[in-house]
Every structure is written in C-alpha cells, then in structure tokens.
Design a protein around this ligand. Structure first.
Ligand code: SAM
Length: 319
C-alpha cells in the first residue's frame, strides 16, 4: 500500500449510493472477465462465486480496495469494482423497461433537475430513472414517483433501496413512492412541483394534470418510444396552449474502437431507445408566441388525424 492519504467514506447523510474504502460485507461488486462479461453479486462471508472458470471466495474480496484483479480457481482473471449507477440500472432486476443511462443523463441535464428540486415522475417502472433523479435532487429535494402497478412499484422499491444502501425499513429521504394513475392522482394531491418526467405509454393523457401541477417556468420532460406517440404527445401539448413550443430530440451514442492505426467507429450501437421532449410551463393565462413558420406541406393535410393546433390551415383534398 502506498502512503497516499485515505479519503473517509462518503457521508451517509449524502445518500449518494456510493462507498469509498475497503469492500464490505453486504455490498454489491461487479466482476468483469477477460471477454467483458459482467457478473454482479452481494458480498457474503463464506460464499463462493462460480463461473465457467471455477470459483472465487467472497472472503478473498471482502476488505480489499476496489480496482483489482482476482484469479479464479481455474485461472480466469476478473476485474473487481463496485458497480456505478449507470452499471447498476442495466443489470438490476426489471419489472418494466428501464430508461437507459444515456437518456437519464439527458433528462437530468435538459430537464434541469437541481439539488432541492421538487420532481414528479410517472411511472416508476423498475426505478432506474428514479435513482438518477434522487441523485440530482439530493436529500433536500423531493421525488414523487407515481406508479399504477403495484408489482412494478415493489420492484422499484427494492432496486432504489439497494442502490442507495437504505437500512432495513428506510428509504432515501427525498423519495415518495405512490400507487396511482398520474392523471387522476396528481390533481387530487393538489401538489405544485418544479419538474415532471413522463415515461409511460400515453403521456398525452396527463397534460392537463401536468399543467395544473407545474409551477410557471417548470419543465415537463416526456420519454416516448415510437414516432406515433411522439406526434400525438407534441400536438396535444401545442393544442393545450399553456406550454412553450415542445422540443423533441433523441440521442445516439456510438463507441469507438481505438487501437494503433485502427481508429474507427464501433460496429455495434444501441440504435434506438426513445425520443425525449421538453416544454416549459407558461404563467397562468399566458400563451407563448406562435411560430411564424407555415407548417410543412401536407403536415396537417387530410391524412392527418391527430390533435390540430388552433388556426392551422387545412389543405383541401386533392383529386
Ligand atoms: C417504461 S416503464 C417506466 C420505467 C422507469 N422510468 C425506469 O426507468 O425504470 C412505464 C411505467 O409507467 C407505468 N404507467 C403507465 N401509465 C401510468 C400512469 N398514467 N400513471 C402511473 N403510472 C403509469 C406503467 O405501469 C409502467 O410501470
């Protein structure tokens, strides 16, 4: 061991979901083999981790500083680290599909989630996005997570509590997990919030509830998987009139292969996860200036059957 100064553990009151220092009993570790395959497990004294290259005693890992290589009984080499948030959410048990880390990062940045913010999200699904939101608002903020399916809420509760190392019977102090349908439950709660994140099949059904709950200047972020959902959601927001022009986008992340003279994009990437849309709540009674541009030809022609913003010119049916 070098004579480097040791940092104390991250304060428990920070609810960071991160430990420093030696690996301890009950913590999760992530082992990566020479082919890049990953294995996560909870450190338990006396237990063994088995792989196709023999086994490793948990006791060999407990008490060591993460960031080392361990050799299994059959000679396999494994890299040992604590899982990061971005690694935890893609390997944790799932009820519903999760928001991937690339999109969670966009939601936190473009949704401007800040320490102390009051945030509503629906649905909670498996709790992946919840972990990023709780990290961003910190222990003095509030994340109210609505979920209409109890079995998904249970999965999310387990995942979030595991990530934040919540002691038995406790949870992150900023988290309020509730059962219910957002479009009815949010108006009934009478709560006002800074940010609302919608990850569900039909976010357009929630726009009135969102408008009532968001403070002026507040941001609504929607995460939708298909172009038909994207269209319906954006047009319904426009028709509502109490929001700024919706901003839709998607993010594509591509790994690169960098080896000597072979420097090129990776062959594989996640082609599509979902589209994101942000819009800001106007003050009561205020409307945003209309876009000056005419809609693209055919945009709202006779084949268009969705919500139609006021004053949009309806093109005549051609013979
Ligand atoms: C794709 S999952 C959410 C995944 C979650 N964001 C994550 O990162 O793990 C969608 C969830 O929304 C829930 N849901 C759909 N409509 C809802 C509504 N109106 N109110 C509350 N929950 C809803 C579904 O039951 C489902 O669990």
């Amino acid at each position: 061991m070098s004579d480097q100064q040791q940092l104390p553990d991250v304060p428990t009151e920070a609810w960071a979901g991160v430990h420093r220092g030696p690996l301890r009993v009950g913590e999760w570790v992530r082992l990566t083999d020479q082919k890049g395959r990953r294995h996560n497990f909870e450190l338990t004294p006396g237990k063994r981790f088995f792989s196709n290259r023999g086994h490793i005693e948990h006791d060999e890992l407990i008490g060591r500083e993460e960031g080392f290589t361990v050799v299994s009984s059959a000679g396999g080499e494994y890299l040992v680290f604590r899982p990061l948030l971005s690694e935890f959410v893609v390997s944790m048990p799932r009820g519903a599909a999760v928001v991937y880390p690339k999109d969670a990062a966009q939601i936190v940045a473009m949704g401007d989630i800040f320490p102390g913010a009051r945030v509503v999200e629906a649905g909670v699904g498996s709790g992946a996005l919840t972990c990023s939101l709780l990290r961003a608002v910190g222990p003095f903020g509030k994340v109210i997570s609505w979920e209409r399916r109890e079995e998904f809420a249970d999965v999310a509760r387990r995942n979030v509590n595991q990530f934040f190392h919540a002691p038995e019977g406790e949870t992150h102090p900023a988290w309020d997990l509730r059962l219910g349908d957002l479009q009815e439950a949010l108006p009934a709660s009478g709560e006002r919030v800074d940010r609302i994140i919608l990850d569900m099949l039909a976010p357009w059904e929630c726009i009135d509830a969102v408008a009532d709950a968001l403070v002026p200047g507040g941001i609504v972020v929607a995460y939708v998987a298909t172009t038909t959902q994207l269209s319906r959601y954006v047009e319904t927001l426009r028709v509502h009139g109490g929001f700024t022009e919706p901003q839709p986008w998607e993010s594509l992340v591509r790994d690169w292969h960098v080896e000597g003279l072979a420097v090129r994009p990776g062959h594989k990437m996640i082609g599509h996860t979902a589209f994101l849309v942000t819009a800001r709540r106007m003050a009561p009674g205020e409307t945003a200036p209309r876009k000056k541009r005419r809609p693209a030809p055919g945009a709202y022609g006779p084949d268009y059957l969705g919500p139609r913003p006021d004053g949009v010119y309806v093109e005549p049916v051609e013979d």
